[in-house]
Design a protein around this ligand. Structure first.
Ligand SMILES: [Mn+2]
Length: 281
C-alpha cells in the first residue's frame, strides 16, 4: 500500500507557540507531504471553548482529506500539529470494529465541561468515544469508537475529573509508573494481548509520551516517559499484531527541540513506510 503523508500544522487546540511550525520544520529537513491542510481563522464567540469554530472548520477539511486518502487506497499518516487533529483522523473511517492504540503522557479525555484549560487538544479521545461539545461530535457523526476497544499507554498526567470520566467510560490505560515498575516486556505483552482482540486499529502517537529529557520537542512535557526506541517498538508492535488503518504523529514542537524529536519522527516515518509497503507486498 502507498503511504500518504498529510501535514496538519494546527496549534489552535493547544495554544502554546510552536507546533504550527512542525510541518515546515520537517519539510526543511527533507520530508515531503502529499497534502498540507492549513488552519483558516474563523470568528470565535466569547465564552466558548478555545478556537472552537476555527478548529471545527479545520477538522472537517482534514477529515475529508483522510477520507479521500483512504478511498484512493492509500494509508493516511497525519503529522501534527496538536493532538486535536486526531478527532478528524478517527472520524474519517467507520470505527465500530476498529480499536485505538493511544500512546501519550496525557489522557486527552476531557470534555468542554471538565476541562480547566478549555484547550481542545485535551479532548480528542473523549470526542472519539462520543463525549464532548456538540460541534465536535458533529464531526465524528456515527464513527465513534467503543471505549473497550481503546488502550492508552505511557499515561502520567491525568486531571482528577478526567480520570473519573475515563473510569466511568470503562477505559483501560497503562501508566508510565506501571511501565517503570513492571518493565517494558510486561508492557509489550499487555499491548499485544489488547491488540489480539481487534482486527483493526487507529494508532495515535503523541511525541510527549517520550521522556522530554531525550525528546524535548513538545509543547506540554511531563517528566519521565518512554525512550525513543521503546516508542518505535510499540508502533512496530501495532503493525505486527493487527491491521493499522490510519496513524497520527502529533504534538511535535520544533521550538523546543534540539533535533532529537525530529530525528525520532524521521525514524518512525521510515518504520511506518516499511510496514505499510510490506503489508500489501
Ligand atoms: Mn495527546
Amino acid at each position: 500500500m502507498k503511504l500518504r503523508r498529510i501535514g496538519a500544522p494546527v496549534n489552535e487546540g493547544c495554544d502554546i507557540h510552536g507546533s504550527q511550525l512542525a510541518i515546515s520544520a520537517l519539510q526543511s529537513k527533507g520530508m515531503t507531504f502529499g497534502t498540507v491542510v492549513t488552519v483558516e481563522k474563523k470568528t470565535e464567540r466569547e465564552g466558548e471553548i478555545l478556537h472552537l469554530n476555527t478548529l471545527c472548520d479545520f477538522l472537517a477539511r482534514l477529515k475529508q482529506e483522510v477520507v479521500e486518502t483512504n478511498d484512493a487506497g492509500e494509508f493516511p499518516l497525519v503529522f501534527g500539529g496538536d493532538h486535536s487533529l486526531a478527532i478528524a483522523t478517527i472520524a474519517a473511517l467507520p470505527n465500530k470494529n476498529r480499536g485505538v492504540l493511544w500512546i501519550d503522557a496525557h489522557g486527552d479525555c476531557n470534555t468542554h465541561l471538565s476541562s480547566e484549560s478549555k484547550r481542545i487538544h485535551g479532548m480528542p479521545l473523549a470526542v472519539a468515544q462520543g463525549y464532548g461539545h456538540p460541534k465536535l461530535l458533529e464531526i465524528v457523526g456515527n464513527n465513534t469508537v467503543d471505549s473497550d476497544k481503546i488502550l492508552l499507554v505511557g499515561i502520567r498526567s491525568l486531571d482528577a475529573k478526567e480520570e473519573e470520566l475515563m473510569t466511568s467510560w470503562g477505559l483501560t490505560w497503562i501508566t508510565q509508573e506501571e511501565i517503570d515498575m513492571k518493565g517494558f516486556e510486561w508492557t509489550k505483552d499487555r499491548v499485544k494481548s489488547f491488540l489480539k482482540t481487534l482486527d483493526e486499529i487507529h494508532l495515535s502517537f503523541d511525541c510527549d509520551s517520550m521522556d522530554p529529557a531525550l525528546c524535548p520537542g513538545v509543547s506540554t512535557p511531563v517528566v519521565g516517559g518512554l525512550t525513543p526506541d521503546q516508542a518505535l517498538e510499540l508502533v512496530e508492535l501495532g503493525f505486527e499484531c493487527v491491521s493499522v488503518s490510519s496513524m497520527d504523529i502529533v504534538e511535535f514542537n520544533p521550538v523546543h527541540d534540539q533535533g532529537k524529536t525530529a530525528e525520532l519522527i524521521f525514524r518512525m516515518d521510515a518504520l511506518v513506510q516499511k510496514k505499510v509497503n510490506g503489508e500489501c507486498a
